[in-house]
Design a protein around this ligand. Structure first.
Ligand code: HEM
Length: 127
């Protein structure tokens, strides 16, 4: 496997771990589980997300692209910022259970959109 595909595999793996961790934390939050306060639960997601973004930057460097150089990359960048903000409303900042639940569903929807954009390389992949 060449360098580019190796980093892409790492990128996709981190993305899969990131969303699984987010979903697990959401479920633990709604169940009131103490696992949410476990040290690993608080540290690991940041490490995985840092690797996800680092691998994204690496892919951009290797392919000589700029994050705003193509519509689909800009769409991905905007969507990931929204995913981070909405995700933190779901897991931390939301004041009521309803706000958190809605934010949780929207964050998962944004994640699905990011994957669809990555696969179709189109800012609107559902056409
Ligand atoms: C939640 C965040 C992200 C997810 C779920 C995600 C998902 C993916 C997936 C599934 C692929 C593989 C596409 C394929 O096999 O054709 C990919 C590739 C890629 N992603 Fe991401 N990504 C994320 C964040 C980002 C960010 C923030 C950037 C930079 C703006 C980025 C840049 C790239 C690049 C340059 C590729 C390689 C495209 C190619 O050569 O096919 N990704 N991403």
């Amino acid at each position: 496997m060449d360098n580019y595909n190796l980093i892409k595999t790492m990128h996709v793996t981190c993305a899969a771990i990131s969303v699984s961790g987010f979903a697990a934390r959401g479920v633990w939050m709604f169940m009131g589980s103490s696992l949410l306060r476990h040290k690993l639960t608080r540290v690991l997601p940041h490490a995985i997300d840092a690797l996800l973004l680092l691998s994204a930057l690496w892919l951009l460097l290797l392919s000589g692209q700029h994050p705003t150089g193509r519509d689909w990359l800009t769409a991905k960048l905007v969507a990931i910022v929204l995913y981070i903000v909405v995700g933190s409303v779901a897991l931390k900042r939301g004041r009521t259970a309803l706000t958190r639940a809605l934010a949780f569903v929207v964050a998962l929807g944004l994640f699905a959109y990011i994957v669809a954009v990555a696969l179709a390389r189109q800012p609107w992949p559902f056409a």
